[in-house]
Design a protein around this ligand. Structure first.
Ligand code: A3D
Length: 318
């Protein structure tokens, strides 16, 4: 059986971590494409030379030619500019749309059977554009945002309650913007609703609510919090790990349920837009969107988030 092949489009901060994680987990052979000469070649050589130490055995190649991504099973796209302090993700739309159009044309030509995971921002708009340009089925083009947003939310809850991050299950819905929807009612620690644990901790419902609201706010602004600290770019370890979880679920047909930016056709009352929802990821890509009931307050937050996505996507000229 041939080895799996993973193509990384963009060899910057996230691209480098993606390559290292692919190698460490031996997910397959990896090709990194970037327009900057020497950058992908240098990064891949650097990682490859530590195979004997880390004990991985995969082929790693850096390239400036799209031909080299030929036959890729999974393509992960990080090409594009990241935010600087004070910028919103939406400020990147003009410049990153041009980049995404070129990238999607390259993928369409050289990896026509691949599954594509987009990370470039503004996420929901860039996934939409990637699907439009490639013309691939919706099940094969998706975006990474929700795995990370949910992981951030789960981290804040674990730190607040003094429990292992492994035992918190949290989910966020909606667009990857400041209106994203962390779903408190469906968040639990070892199956126990998180609000029950917070109320016990503080013995005060109002205080518990206040603490949760602060964590929801921090989750919504978590990307910006990292940008403000780094000053020269945005988060890169965490989006890389999150996309690898999605790629691994597809490559190994794990059928994990992961918050994924998927094309909705009526689910959650959304029709014809890419929005973050839980989905089953397996050998056929997005195999199923998991729908469930939202209460009036959650639906209102979802509607607000979707309205922001629609505004951005509708502003793009395809
Ligand atoms: P950075 O380190 O700047 O890397 C981007 C790379 O893209 C650079 O190496 C560029 O040379 C390359 N590039 C530019 N134009 C092209 C092109 N036409 N074809 C191929 N490569 C090109 O950025 P980064 O890795 O930190 O971030 C990449 C993207 O991910 C940005 O748009 C970020 O905003 C976004 N991002 C998304 C999340 C999500 O969770 C969705 C989180 C963090 C960052």
């Amino acid at each position: 059986m041939a080895r799996k092949k993973i193509a990384l489009i963009g060899g910057g901060q996230i691209g480098g971590v993606l390559a290292q994680l692919c190698a460490l987990r031996e997910l397959g052979d990896v090709v990194m494409f970037d327009i900057v000469e020497g950058l992908p070649q240098g990064k891949m050589l650097d990682i490859a030379e530590v195979g004997p130490v880390d004990g991985f055995d995969v082929n790693l190649k850096g390239t400036n030619s799209y031909e080299d991504i030929e036959g890729a099973d999974v393509v992960i796209v990080t090409a594009g500019l990241p935010r600087k302090p004070g910028m919103s993700r939406d400020d990147l739309i003009e410049v990153n749309s041009k980049i995404m159009t070129q990238v999607a044309e390259g993928i369409k030509k050289y990896a026509p059977k691949s599954f594509v995971i987009v990370i470039s921002n503004p996420l929901d708009a860039m996934v939409t554009l990637c699907q439009k340009v490639t013309g691939f089925p919706y099940s094969r083009v998706m975006g990474q945002a929700g795995v990370l947003d949910s992981s951030r939310f789960a981290s804040f809850i674990a730190w607040e309650l003094g429990v292992s991050v492994k035992d918190v299950v949290a989910v966020t819905l909606g667009g990857h913007g400041d209106d994203m929807v962390p779903l408190v009612r469906y968040t639990s620690v070892c199956g126990i609703p998180v609000m029950e644990l917070l109320e016990r901790k503080y013995n005060d419902k109002a205080k518990a609510k206040e603490v949760m609201e602060a964590m929801v706010k921090r989750t919504r602004g978590a990307g910006g919090e990292v940008v403000a600290l780094l000053k020269t770019g945005s988060a890169f370890y965490s989006p890389a790990s999150s996309a690898i979880a999605m790629a691994e679920s597809i490559l190994k047909d794990q059928k994990r349920v992961l918050p994924t930016c998927c094309f909705l056709q009526g689910e959650f009352g959304v029709n014809g837009y890419y929005v973050g929802v839980p989905a089953v990821l397996g050998e056929n890509g997005v195999e199923k969107i998991i729908e469930f009931a939202l209460d009036a307050e959650e639906q209102a937050m979802m509607d607000k988030s979707v309205a922001a996505v629609k505004g951005l996507v509708d502003s793009m000229k395809f």
